[in-house]
Structures are given as structure tokens and as C-alpha cells.
Design a protein around this ligand. Structure first.
Ligand SMILES: Nc1ncnc2c1ncn2[C@@H]1O[C@H](COP(=O)(O)OP(=O)(O)O)[C@@H](O)[C@H]1O
Ligand SMILES: [Mg+2]
Length: 391
């Protein structure tokens, strides 16, 4: 099975790009499933078919679409644990409704959507799965839970233990309800599924993360951060899509927008280097329906198979240098001969490079581990930015 995940900022075109990819895969003979975890009925809107819902629905030959219902997915695995955690909070005098709210960690809904993939992978029903993932990468960190909790934790503490321990810290004398056997069993099962999901997602022959951005600073920065996180988590990113690019115009107002966007496309290419970048124009009408999705798919992939792995490698690499330093290497399309300036703003670096095409800004998101460190040195080599952080 091949898994393609599209991520990026809201409104950039993840859903339509997922559907277009799915359609092209299906037409090339791959048995394809398009999954969306969006709360709204976005797949139905994109395919212009009323029947796409929480049940798998046939959209075309070889093509099935399904809107994941996070509540259903969650209750399959998490309801026992959730009610236990809620009881821990209730024992602290927190209102039960609120307790449920707190026990749902951020990004958890997406995690349960990802678990759907683990389930699908066992059935062997599909050659390709395309996942339309709403927010960038938040859920991916949970894939590290099994490793974090470890083998002892699996038997004894796990998530529920983590929460009761958490509650203990705040009120050491209060009584914490002990987790029952079924709570512990649910946890072991959940950890096993997360483990198997992590295997799928970290296998670069199976999974590709693809970034979707528009020619604007915000969505490029958002996608760049997803690219950095993916590198940290060992997930292969194989393509970036810059969507909704305006064509030039005889009208001064629109033409100014077009030339601004042209600059942003160059910036996107520098930022997503060395990934292949696909450029897609802003169509004259809203992109939806089979015909436009097919056209979008052709523009993205031409004669190539969307199931191909378009790039393999590590745009970002991190290396610990003793206890007090981190070395970061970022691939950039510049060399040491280029005139550059580097500045740190909070959790990112900006690298401004003067090129023949004008000034290009590369955003370099930093991992949390560097937050307590200072930028000691930065050097531009041949197509690599080498940065040293020290305590
Ligand atoms: N290249 C494009 N040309 C015209 N409209 C587009 C294009 N790409 C996306 N759209 C439209 O933009 C809106 C947002 O797209 P969508 O795929 O829902 O974004 P996301 O899933 O990232 O939030 C939709 O109305 C879609 O039809
Ligand atoms: Mg969407």
C-alpha cells in the first residue's frame, strides 16, 4: 500500500489536491481510497457528489472516498481510557463535562483519523490511500508515544498512568481512582496500533508527505514548519505544491498581485529546496467537480504516476554536539559565494540571500530543543546552511 498525505494551511487547496491525486491514481488503475478528517463535508463538495459521508462511498471506478468520523474512530479505541481520565479529573472536583474536554489532548482527533489508516492497511483492499490532513503535523508527535512510554510503561502506566501521575503532582493527598484491567488493556491495544501506524508512516517506500502552499508568506512558512517537523520525525517529504498562482493581467491592480506572487513562487522554490515543486495556476472558477479535478491532476503530475516517490532525502538534519550544542544542516539552493544575512526571530531563522532574481527570503523553522540555546555560528556552504546552537 502507498500512503500520500497532503498537509498545509487551511484554504491552500489540500482537499482538492487530495481528490485530484486520488482520481488520477484511480484512472491509472490503482485501487484508491481518499480519506478526509475535515469536520465539514469537503470531499462531497470537491467531488460534487452528495453521497460521500462517514461510510466509504464509490466515487468512480477504482475510487472510494470517505469522510472520517473522529468520534466513531475514537470510541473504537479510546473511550475506556477517556472515561478513566475524566474520572481522574472529576475526583479532583473538576466538572465532568470539562474533564472530558481536558482529557482530549490537542491533535488527538487527528491521531484517531490516522489510526483509520492503520486499520485500512490490514485489509489489503487498496493500493493507494490519499489522506487530506487538516492542520500541519500536530498529530504526528503522538506517533512517538509508544516509544516514550516504553515497555514497562506499557504494562503499568501508559497514558492513564501519565494522567493520574499528573493529577497527583497537583494534589498529592487526594484519592486517585486506580485504572481498571479494561483501561490497561485498552491502552496496550492503543499503543500497539500506534506502533504499527508509526511503522507505516516512517517507511519512505510507503508514505510520502506532500506540502500544499499558496504564493504567500504565511502558507509557505506553515508548510516549511511541517517539513522541518517531518524531518525530525523521520517522515519522508517528497513534493511541494504551490497552488493558486495568478496569471499576469493588463489591469495594473491584478498585474501587481501577479508579480508579487511571482516573487513568492521563487521564494517557495528556495524554501522547499530540494523537493520538486509543482506550480498550479489559479483557475478562472472554483476548482471542483470531476472534470476540473482531472485537469488539476494532469497539471500536477502530467504523465507521471502520482504513486511515485518523487524525492527521498533529508532537507533538514540535526546532530547533538555534546550536551550543550546542536548542529543543524539545512539544504538551500545557495552557495557560500552568495551575499547573505541571517537573523533569528523567536522560533525561526530568516536567511536573506541576494540573487540575480532579487532578494529571496528562506525561513528556517527551529526545533523546540534550540529554544534555550543561542545561535553561535552560521555558515553557508555549497547548497547547505550549517548552523550551530549552544547553551
Ligand atoms: N488552483 C485553484 N484555482 C481555483 N480555485 C481553487 C484552486 N485550488 C483550490 N481552489 C478552491 O479554493 C477553495 C479551498 O480549497 P480546499 O481544497 O478546500 O482547501 P483546503 O482543503 O486546503 O482548506 C475551494 O473552494 C477550492 O475549490
Ligand atoms: Mg480541506
Amino acid at each position: 500500500m502507498r500512503l500520500i498525505i497532503y498537509t498545509g494551511k487551511g484554504g491552500t487547496g489540500k482537499t482538492v489536491t487530495s481528490c485530484a491525486t486520488g482520481l488520477k491514481l484511480a484512472r491509472r488503475g490503482h485501487r484508491t481510497l481518499v480519506l478526509s478528517a475535515d469536520p465539514a463535508h469537503t470531499l462531497a463538495d470537491a467531488f460534487m457528489m452528495p453521497e460521500v459521508g462517514h461510510e466509504p462511498g464509490q466515487v468512480a471506478e477504482n475510487l472510494v472516498a470517505q469522510q472520517i468520523d473522529p468520534v466513531t474512530e475514537m470510541s473504537k479505541q479510546y473511550s475506556t481510557i477517556l472515561s478513566y481520565m475524566a474520572s481522574v479529573f472529576s475526583a479532583k472536583g473538576i466538572d465532568e463535562t470539562l474533564a472530558y474536554e481536558i482529557a482530549m489532548l490537542p491533535g488527538m482527533t487527528q491521531l484517531f483519523s490516522l489510526l483509520k489508516i492503520e486499520e485500512v492497511s490490514h485489509t489489503g483492499e487498496f493500493d493507494a490511500v490519499v489522506l487530506d490532513m487538516p492542520a500541519s503535523g500536530e498529530a504526528l508527535r503522538y506517533l512517538y508515544f509508544p516509544k516514550l512510554v516504553g515497555s514497562i510503561g506499557r504494562k503499568l502506566t501508559g497514558l492513564a498512568g501519565l494522567f493520574s501521575g499528573f493529577a497527583k503532582v497537583f494534589q498529592p493527598l487526594a484519592k486517585i481512582p486506580a485504572p481498571s484491567r479494561s483501561v490497561i488493556q485498552s491502552e496496550v491495544d492503543l499503543m500497539d496500533r500506534l506502533d504499527s501506524l508509526a511503522e507505516i508512516i516512517k517507511d519512505s517506500n510507503v508514505t510520502s508527505l506532500r506540502l500544499v502552499a499558496n504564493p504567500d508568506t504565511f502558507s509557505i512558512e506553515n508548510a516549511k514548519r511541517a517539513m522541518m517537523s517531518a524531518s525530525l520525525y523521520g517522515i519522508n517529504v517528497d513534493m511541494a505544491v504551490v497552488n493558486k498562482i495568478m496569471a499576469g493581467s493588463s489591469d495594473a491592480y491584478y498585474d501587481r498581485w501577479a508579480s508579487f506572487q511571482h516573487g513568492k513562487v521563487e521564494e517557495a522554490k528556495a524554501n522547499f529546496y530540494p523537493l520538486p515543486v509543482k506550480e498550479v495556476q489559479l483557475y478562472a472558477t472554483e476548482l471542483r467537480g470531476m472534470e476540473m479535478l482531472a485537469k488539476h491532476g494532469d497539471q500536477l503530475f502530467g504523465d507521471e504516476d502520482p504513486a511515485k516517490v518523487f524525492y527521498r532525502g533529508q532537507p533538514y538534519a540535526f546532530e547533538k554536539d555534546g550536551a550543550a550544542a546542536i548542529r543543524m544542516t539545512v539544504q538551500v539552493p545557495f552557495s557560500g559565494k552568495d551575499d547573505f544575512a541571517i537573523e533569528r526571530y523567536g522560533d525561526s531563522l530568516t536567511l536573506s540571500v541576494k540573487t540575480a532574481a532579487g532578494k529571496i527570503v528562506n525561513i528556517v523553522p527551529l526545533p523546540v530543543a534550540t529554544s534555550g540555546m543561542k545561535l553561535a555560528r552560521a555558515r553557508l556552504e555549497d547548497r547547505r546552511l550549517l548552523v550551530l546552537f549552544e547553551k
